[in-house]
Write a protein that binds this ligand. Structure first.
Ligand SMILES: *Cc1c(COP(=O)(O)O)cnc(C)c1O
Length: 413
């Protein structure tokens, strides 16, 4: 791709089949929001839904809403909806807790189902919470297991008879590199290992086929590409064939076979419900349902197609406009192994991102030197990414990033 111009991007906006979705979000005027992979924006429908849940369901119907408004069924109802986005037939996904807690529950299940093996295999650059939760679980289990971290490129070579569970984030949060879910899951099974995939950067961003890939367990976030709102509840997937084999360690009352019998003895529910722990956060789940409903209405294949086009073009535009600067692409050029983000290394990455944000181009920074841009086809226009690349060029050309206040790290980067 050579000599791109803004006209090229304008023409693409005019024929974009997803163009109508942008209006369904509340987006600040003038902002180019390339951080929907970290916190999705507010769907307009969510505002009315939250008002209704508060005023009518909570305010007027009070406790009867657990039955009358279907509050109690939300974890499985939303789970089945999310299942449609990740290739999971009904009854295998539940919405509950946070991703971190779901990592704990599913890894605990995988280790218990594979008692003769003692290695959790992952990569050095997996998202830290996944690795931290594995470390906590290993301590909790008495230190009999170990966490083996290897380079992502070499992961397949490390699958052997010692591995109890292979756990990977499907799309790496820093680089946007996507793993071969079908191939690695099959290879893991050949060695007698189970798999646990983190879909934080996949669900709602690209086509995922958990059932077809024979995945054992998966987890993912509600507040990123699913637009569920800050701190939205997370989801987890357990393949049907494994559900009866283990009851997870956080044996709270709502994972019980009959919570309202109030029996003293824990007896796990049938099916995916045993992966629940306590009372569902109804307000947050209501917001998440609006985000998920919109995703289901939009065709995920069309989303993936546009996402690849956006990321291809953003790479091309930045490389064309910023060729004199020390930006180094961290994301795979090969679109078959790319998620829905583009990242560049730059030694002054933090300050550059602060300058971009001050100029209304919102992405984020990931230590030590990565500027990261997420692409969300339902509201990102082609012209947005051209304009973002032009603003990046301007900031680099003028060294506008070189200000002391933009080198001061904030709590959230
Ligand atoms: C964002 C993210 C999480 C977040 O976990 P929380 O428990 O919601 O804070 C987990 N895993 C990955 C890969 C992520 O990108």
């Amino acid at each position: 791709m050579k000599n791109l111009t803004r006209e090229h991007f304008l023409a693409l906006d005019q024929t974009d089949p997803l163009v109508a979705y942008r209006e369904q979000f509340q987006l600040p005027a003038g902002m180019i929001y390339l951080d929907g992979n970290s916190l999705g924006p507010l769907p307009k429908a969510t505002i009315g839904r939250l008002a209704n849940v508060a005023q009518q369901e909570w305010g007027e119907w009070l406790i009867t809403s657990w039955n009358k408004a279907g509050w109690m069924d939300m974890p499985t109802r939303l789970g089945d909806k999310i299942g449609q986005l990740i290739g999971a037939a009904a009854g295998q996904v539940i919405v509950a807790d946070s991703t971190s807690i779901n990592v704990y529950k599913t890894l605990a299940a995988a280790l218990a189902m594979n008692p003769d093996k003692h290695v959790i295999l992952s990569t050095h650059d997996n998202f830290p919470t996944d690795l931290y939760m594995a470390q906590g679980l290993i301590d909790q289990l008495g230190g009999k297991h170990s966490l083996k971290l290897v380079d992502g490129e070499a992961i397949a070579e490390h699958l052997n008879d010692d591995v109890a569970v292979l756990t990977l984030t499907h799309v790496n949060y820093k680089t946007g590199r996507k793993y071969d879910m079908a191939g690695l899951t099959a290879k893991a099974h050949d060695c007698g290992a189970l798999t646990m995939w983190d879909l934080a950067h996949s669900a709602g961003a690209l086509t995922v086929q958990l059932d077809a890939c024979m995945v054992d367990f998966a987890v993912g976030c509600g507040y990123k590409y699913l637009n569920g709102g800050p701190g939205a509840p997370a989801f987890l997937y357990v393949a049907n064939r494994h559900q009866a084999n283990f009851s997870q360690p956080l044996s709270g009352w709502l994972g019980h076979a009959n919570p309202f019998a109030f029996d003293w003895k824990y007896e796990p529910a049938e099916g995916i419900a045993r992966y629940m722990c306590g009372t569902p956060p109804v307000l947050s789940m209501s917001a998440l349902e609006c985000g998920v409903d919109m995703m289901i209405a939009a065709d995920i294949d069309a989303i993936r197609e546009k996402s690849l086009h956006l990321t291809d073009l953003f790479i091309a535009a930045v490389e064309q406009l910023c060729e004199d600067h020390p930006l180094r692409l961290a994301t795979p050029r090969d679109r078959n192994i790319r998620g829905s983000q583009v990242s560049f290394h730059h030694p002054e990455g933090y300050a550059i991102m602060q300058a971009l944000i001050a100029n209304q181009v919102v992405g984020d920074f990931r230590a030590p030197d990565i500027i990261r841009f997420g692409f969300t086809p339902l509201y990102t226009r082609y012209t947005d990414i051209w304009d973002a690349a032009v603003i990046l060029k301007h900031i680099l050309d003028t060294k506008a990033w070189d200000r002391p206040e933009w080198k001061q790290r904030k709590k959230v980067t």
